[in-house]
Design a protein around this ligand. Structure first.
Ligand SMILES: [Zn+2]
Length: 92
């Protein structure tokens, strides 16, 4: 019993060095922003956030930050990435 537990702990340490082994399929979390707390979720590649910006753009600083934090645990073909072309022209 004791020796088998030692083996499991050693395996856990090895696995923890290889985070790509963990691939999220879905989760929900609260995100404490500077002005408000939002709920972010990820479900089979689809991000969602309760903030106003996400409603208009299908992405926001909360989902982009979460993707950076979770890194390789977001399946590669489902990573949203950050928009590469952004129109910085101020809207009037
Ligand atoms: Zn958001």
């Amino acid at each position: 019993m004791y020796s088998s537990m030692i083996g499991k702990i050693a395996k856990a340490k090895q696995y923890a060095q290889e985070p790509q082994r963990i691939q999220f399929t879905h989760f929900e979390a609260s995100f404490r922003g500077e002005n408000d707390t939002h709920t972010i979720s990820f479900n089979q590649g689809a991000w969602s956030c309760t903030c106003n910006f996400f409603a208009e753009h299908d992405t926001c600083c909360h989902t982009m930050a979460a993707e950076r934090v979770f890194g390789v645990s977001i399946p590669a073909d489902q990573r949203q990435g950050e928009p590469l072309s952004i129109d910085f022209t101020p809207s009037r």
